[in-house]
Structures are given as C-alpha cells and as structure tokens.
Write a protein that binds this ligand. Sequence first.
Ligand code: NAD
Ligand code: TYD
Length: 360
Amino acid sequence: MHTYLVTGGAGFIGSNYIHYMFKKYGDDIRIINVDKLTYAGNLENLKDIENRANYSFVRADICDKDAISAIFAKDDIDRVVHFAAESHVDRSIENPEVFVQTNVIGTAVMLNCAKAAWTLEDGTFKPDHKFLHVSTDEVYGSLEEDGGYFYETTPYAPHSPYSASKAGSDMLVKAYMDTYKFPANITNCSNNYGPFQFPEKLIPLIINNALQGKKLPVYGDGKNVRDWLYVEDHAKAIDMVQEQGKLFETYNVGGHNEKQNIEIIHIILDTLRDMLPESDPRRANVSDDLITYVTDRKGHDRRYAIAPDKIKSEIGWEPETMFAEGIRKTIKWFFENEEWMKNVTSGDYEKYYDSMYSNR
Ligand code: NAD
Ligand code: TYD
C-alpha cells in the first residue's frame, strides 16, 4: 500500500487530485495532506473525505523544515506529490517575494526532507519511493500567435514572477535528480479549470461575475491564448506519470485545446444562458454587455500551447474531457455550490478584488 504525502491538497488541483485518488484506489492507499491554508487553501474542498480512516490532514508550511521532517519521520511515505505553491500571476506581479519563499524555498525543503528520509546507509534511496513535482507550462515563456508548441525540450524562458519562481523550483528538482539521482518526475501542465477553482482565475471569475451581473474584465485585446485542461484529466496524468513514467523524466500535460480569452468568455455566457432555466432570476444578469476591456496585465504572455506527444506515446495519457463538456460540468458544479463561492468570495477576497480591479 502506498502512503502519499500530498502538499497543497486543500487548493484547487490538489483537492481534485485527492478526490480522484480515493475514487480510483479507495482503501488501497493512504494520503497525508499537508497545507498551510493560505487564502487559496480551503478544507471545505475535502469535507466529503475528511473522515476517511486512510486520510489525514496536517496544517503546516512547506518552508518549515521541522514540521515537514516530522511528517516523514512518523510514516514511511513512499509517494510525494508536490502541489503547494503560490499560483496566481497577478498576485505575483504585486508581491513576488512570497512566490520565491513558497515556490523555491518550500520546494527545496520538500526535496531535502524527502532525500533525508529516503536515503539508505549505503547512500542509495529506498526502492520504489518517488517524488512528483507539479509544475506549469508557463516556465517555457510565451509562444507566437501563429504557431509552435511547448515541448519538454523547449528552453525555459519565464516572464512573470510566478513562472520564474516555478522555473526555479523545477531547476532544483532537476538538480536533485542530476546530483543525487533523487527519484523524481516533473510535470508541466497547461491551464486547468473545473470544480473548486478559486475565482481569481479567469474561468471561475467570469462564471461568478456573470451570474451576479458584474463586469467581466478582459485584459488587453482579449486575444491571449491559453490551452485549457479539465482538472480531473490533469489528476489522472499525474497518477499515470508517477506510476508508469520513466524516473527522472519531465512530461508536458495538456492537449490541443487552445482558446483566446474572449472566446472562453463567450462560451461561458452562451453556456450559462443555455443551462439556466427561464425562471432563474440570475438569467437576466447574463449579458454580453458585461464584457469590459481593461488595462493589460504587465508582461502578459501571448500564447501557451502544449504538444502532449511524449506523455501520449510513452504513457498512453490523453485528455478525455472536451471543453464543451468540461465547461458544462464546471458550471453545473458552481450552480450546485453557491455557498462555497459565497464563502470564498467574502472577506479578504472581496478586498483583494476591489484593489486589483479598481484602477484597471
Ligand atoms: P491553488 O493556489 O489553488 O492551491 C495552492 C495550495 O497550496 C493551497 O491549498 C495553499 O493553501 C497551499 N499553500 C500555499 N503556500 C503554502 C505553503 N507555504 N505551505 C503549504 N501549503 C501552501 O493552486 P492550484 O491551481 O491548485 O495549483 C497547484 C499546483 O499546480 C501549483 O504548483 C501550480 O503551480 C501548479 N499548476 C497550476 C495550474 C493551474 O491552471 N491552476 C496549471 C499548471 C500547474
Ligand atoms: P489566469 O486564469 O490568471 O491564468 P494564467 O495567467 O496563469 O494563464 O488567466 C488566464 C488568462 O485570462 C490570461 O491570459 C489572463 C486573462 N485574464 C483576463 O483577461 N481577465 C481576468 O480577470 C483574469 C483573472 C485573467
């Protein structure tokens, strides 16, 4: 039975991954979720599994060496899946330091604690113990509008403080693999969407604002392109890479689902109109007139697109959820979880939203 240490499991992708893993493996795995519970971490995301005997939660900062090594000392953890990070580009532009702290220093602490716990007397590592570092395609920089894809061999060229800090964390993992033969993999994934995504990111922000009749802020000309992946497909890819991937390799995760931001907004508005019954008062709020072009993001990357050739040919993973289906599932989830949205958008988030968008 594998014992997983999942960092950042109370966030968007981490919580979807934990749900996916229990759905797939049931009682055949144990998961220890370590999360600091920043503004982005929410234990409500896990309330349906919190009482499982094979799940436990530890509130800790991944930068806290003592706390992390104590977790490794208590159990024989043979799988680490490292999600914990500061993840929002706009916040990184406002306040880069916390991104360096959590994403770079936190990853160094995770690597060092795992290495210490997994090293045997003869200097080799315990067999079948593995670390998976979850990263982003943003480390590769920006593509031209008219072509090209990110491959695993594409040189790193991060632009935002967020992507620079993730690139730094990837480099540390690579250094551990090269220097110590530390048993790890890296996944670089494109933009995710789905249930439990915090509404500072484009898709949940647009759904939430449209339902409330609030402006839909489009940065720049709205033609920046992102390659969208349904979060459950990402969870599946992570598990497949960890179990079937070649150790020390990087795998890009994504898959030919490129869309301009403005297209995404129109799809969301059309889908909302289609899904909301005539009798629902929110239907009257949903209007194209809410679309508002605002000042562009500083250093805004133009286009991201993944070529998933390697993960497909070596592991057999492919995205399964078409965007039209994934966006309906996502919107349905937000309809059914209005209380979740109310809870995460009250208080500090409201203040953040007002300050971030007031002078755009
Ligand atoms: P998120 O912001 O929703 O969640 C991050 C989680 O990490 C939160 O639960 C937060 O409380 C926790 N955390 C933050 N700092 C911590 C610290 N110092 N110690 C312990 N826990 C801490 O992020 P997400 O969108 O779920 O992204 C998860 C990972 O996937 C990140 O590493 C991100 O770079 C990567 N990624 C995200 C996307 C995307 O589209 N969201 C795409 C590719 C890769
Ligand atoms: P985001 O969800 O922040 O993800 P990332 O920056 O990591 O790709 O943004 C996705 C795209 O949507 C990006 O091009 C910026 C744009 N965007 C807007 O136009 N308006 C918004 O309010 C937000 C949050 C993003």
